[in-house]
Write a protein that binds this ligand. Structure first.
Ligand code: UDP
Ligand code: MG
Length: 314
């Protein structure tokens, strides 16, 4: 099997030489075992780095043809860099594995992913068994992220980041999703095909620093929700309905107060109006939002279906 690794790199000069060395060793052993063919490649995607990342990739490629490099014209973010890499290699390989340059995701899981591919799985998700080595902060925010995504109706694989194997067929199906707001963790499950998971322990970044500070994580989560789900819009409509129903409660309450005698003239009318109008307005915005949500999903031009098998004569 011809396996390609796709590794997005943004300012990763501190980890790149060591990463390349470890991956080269992994490849050598996989090739020796006959699990992957000798024309398998390791592809680095330079996501507009401002440091020595690209010269390092060029050097690696010169020294050893197993390494390849793709250079983006500017920084486009992790998800886009990943997509660029996968779409560039999809017709050259049998399967591609995406992973981070810092090797926080245990590369020994590659063996198992390759085995699963050989068993006929087309998408193999790498799932973290524990996050002991992450900082408390990273762990809680990351887990909160998966929970919020779920509450917002986005189907993701729990504790799975972008460490996964996809067959060429699955990659070609992924190519059908031509959306600009890219949230791969949500799209890959939509692609379907026979899939499974392998678990591994997540390690520490051995050099350099995280390219995902809190600000980027929040932006990523927002992107994930708003690119995959129109549930937030529905929540506005629900809220409007609740406020409107409350206005009936307020009406009853003000009638009671009226007859028990301690009200200022005009008070009941104002109180009920505020609740009823507020509720109706929110509800109306929600209804309009529902249509905007539809337009939004239509503009994504997602494939309506992906054929996996066609049994026929001749
Ligand atoms: N990355 C990228 N473009 C960016 C930010 C990050 O290609 O704009 C890459 C980065 O080089 C790394 C991967 O995305 O290979 C994940 O980043 P990082 O390890 O810093 O994230 P964390 O593990 O802290 O969530
Ligand atoms: Mg990392």
């Amino acid at each position: 099997m011809k396996l390609y690794l796709v590794i997005p790199c943004y300012n990763e000069e501190a980890v790149l030489p060591e990463t390349a060395k470890r991956l080269r060793e992994k490849y050598a052993s996989l090739m020796a075992e006959g699990k992957i063919t000798s024309d398998s490649r390791i592809v680095f995607v330079n996501d507009g780095s401002k440091d020595q990342t690209w010269p390092l990739i060029e050097e690696l490629h010169r020294a050893d043809p197993v390494f390849r490099g793709i250079c983006l014209s500017r920084n486009k973010g992790h998800q886009n860099a990943l997509m660029a890499g996968l779409m560039t290699v999809k017709d050259e390989c049998d399967a591609a594995i995406s992973l981070d340059a810092d090797l926080q995701d245990d590369i020994n899981a590659i063996d198992e992913m390759v085995d699963k591919y050989a068993e006929g799985y087309e998408v193999v998700y790498g799932v973290r068994s524990s996050r002991k080595k992450d900082t408390f902060f990273k762990r809680t925010t990351a887990q909160g992220f998966y929970k919020i995504m779920k509450a917002m109706g986005v189907e993701t694989v729990y504790n799975h980041a972008d460490y996964r194997l996809m067959s060429a067929r699955a990659l070609n199906a992924l190519a059908e999703f031509d959306e600009v707001n890219l949230f791969l963790r949500g799209i890959v499950p939509m692609v379907g095909f026979k899939s499974t998971q392998v678990t591994y322990e997540r390690g520490e970044r051995f050099a350099g620093e995280s390219k995902y500070p809190l600000k980027k994580m929040i932006a990523f989560a927002t992107e994930g929700i708003t690119s995959m789900s129109v549930k937030p819009i529905r929540m506005i409509a629900t809220l409007g309905m609740l406020v409107f129903l409350s206005s009936i409660g307020v009406l009853i309450y003000s009638i009671i107060r009226k007859f028990t005698g301690d009200t200022v003239p005009g008070w009941a009318f104002l109180a009920v109006s505020i609740w009823a109008l507020g509720g109706i307005q929110l509800l109306a915005i929600g209804v309009i939002g529902e249509y905007i949500g539809k337009i939004y999903l239509e503009t994504k031009h997602r494939p309506k279906y992906i054929v996996s098998e066609y049994l026929k004569d001749d």
